[in-house]
Every structure is written in structure tokens, then in C-alpha cells.
Design a protein around this ligand. Structure first.
Ligand SMILES: CSCCC(=O)C(=O)COP(=O)(O)O
Ligand SMILES: [Zn+2]
Length: 210
């Protein structure tokens, strides 16, 4: 057994959350991160924890049958656990699901009225798996219902009929969610989508509405 197999995967989530917090993408208690284990259960951030200073007990374990293992009585699963569950059910290859709130994600979610955000054909899309000459890509947008289960249901219905072009979705006036085959890839995906959002906001300032 090498040393990496002994590492608690929650440490990766703690490090990623601290990094996202430093970027201003997980301010206060905003956002939630999860990682799936080989038995199909996943660790997810407990609800309402300061994401810049997570500790090993600030996670709950959610099993495929919905059972929840809490380290302490006051640790509740993230309010957005239903979204992570639906992503893991839809995408068997997904090992990590990360959700952050940035100012730019909220701004670009208002660039269109419809349910799909056209993305500029940037080289960065290759990092998200889009290897095309001038990619014609959209990011799905979902309404930010107060009942998170409703958001999760709409994600399930839409993606079951129309798989997304990218491993990412945007919730309007809320934030972005990505999923990936490893926690490292999920962290990269967050950085890439946030770069694209920053570009879109800057491009609007420079070129106006295009
Ligand atoms: C101030 S963030 C409001 C809730 C939210 O959108 C979020 O991402 C954090 O919720 P959690 O229950 O995972 O702490
Ligand atoms: Zn959120």
C-alpha cells in the first residue's frame, strides 16, 4: 500500500475549498464539494460551514440508499446534496462534484434569458473536453428554485433527454457546478469555467454585447 491510498480524500476537499475561498468563489459558507468512494457513497461538505476553514469533521457521508452518516449531531448534509446525487446517478464516471459561487458566474447567467449560455470558442474549452476547431458550445442554465429538489429534478429530466456538451451547469443568480473523474480534474474544471466567465464579463466591457 502506498502513502496515497492512506490519504483521507476529505483532505483534498478541504484544500480545494480553501483555494476556492481565496479566489472569492466560496465566500462565507457558499458552495459545496463532494467526492465519491468505491462503495458508491460520497463525502459532501456539511451545510453552513465556512468553506475557507473546513475541518475533517465538516463532512457527512451519503450512501446510495440515501442513508447519511454524520460525524456530529449538528452536521447536516449540504442543502444542495440532491444536486450531487443526481449528478452521480446520471454520470457513473463522475468521482467529484464541485459547486462554487462567483460574481462572474452570476453575471453571465443574466447574459441570456433562455436556458443555455453560448460560450466563446476559447482554447480553454479543450481543458473541458471540447476538441473542435471553432466549438459551438453552450452551458445549460437552470432556474434557482428555493426547493433544491426541484433544481435536481430539472437537471435529471433535461440531461436524461439531452446530455450536456460540457461537464458543467449553471444555476441562474447562484453559481456553477462541475463534475469530473477525479477531484483534481474537478478543481481544474472549476478554474477553467471561471476563466471563461471572467473572459465573457471582460469581453462585454471591451466589445459590448456580441
Ligand atoms: C450563502 S450560500 C447559500 C446556500 C448555497 O447556495 C450553498 O452553496 C451552500 O449551501 P450548503 O448547505 O452546502 O452550505
Ligand atoms: Zn450554492
Amino acid at each position: 500500500m502506498n502513502i496515497s491510498t492512506l490519504t483521507d480524500v476529505r483532505l483534498e476537499l478541504i484544500a480545494a475549498a480553501r483555494y476556492f475561498y481565496q479566489q472569492g468563489w466560496m465566500v462565507g459558507t457558499a458552495g459545496n464539494l463532494s467526492i465519491r468512494l468505491s462503495d458508491g457513497s460520497f463525502w459532501i461538505t456539511a451545510s453552513g460551514k465556512s468553506k475557507g476553514e473546513l475541518a475533517i469533521d465538516d463532512f457527512v457521508r451519503v450512501y446510495p440508499d440515501g442513508r447519511v452518516e454524520q460525524p456530529t449531531e449538528d452536521s447536516k448534509p449540504s442543502a444542495e446534496t440532491a444536486i450531487h446525487q443526481v449528478i452521480y446517478n446520471l454520470f457513473p464516471e463522475a468521482i467529484s462534484c464541485y459547486h462554487v459561487h462567483s460574481v462572474e458566474a452570476n453575471l453571465v447567467s443574466r447574459f441570456v434569458n433562455g436556458d443555455a449560455l453560448p460560450l466563446p470558442p476559447l482554447e480553454m474549452l479543450k481543458g473541458l473536453g471540447v476538441w473542435e476547431e471553432k466549438p459551438d458550445c453552450v452551458m445549460p442554465i437552470f432556474a434557482n428554485h428555493l426547493q433544491v429538489q426541484q433544481i435536481a429534478t430539472e437537471i435529471k429530466t433535461r440531461f436524461s433527454n439531452t446530455p450536456p456538451q460540457l461537464p458543467a451547469l449553471l444555476i441562474r443568480d447562484h453559481g456553477v457546478t462541475v463534475w469530473a473523474a477525479s477531484s483534481t480534474a474537478a478543481r481544474n474544471y472549476i478554474e477553467l469555467v471561471e476563466y471563461i466567465f471572467r473572459y465573457m464579463v471582460a469581453a462585454r466591457r471591451v466589445f459590448g454585447e456580441v
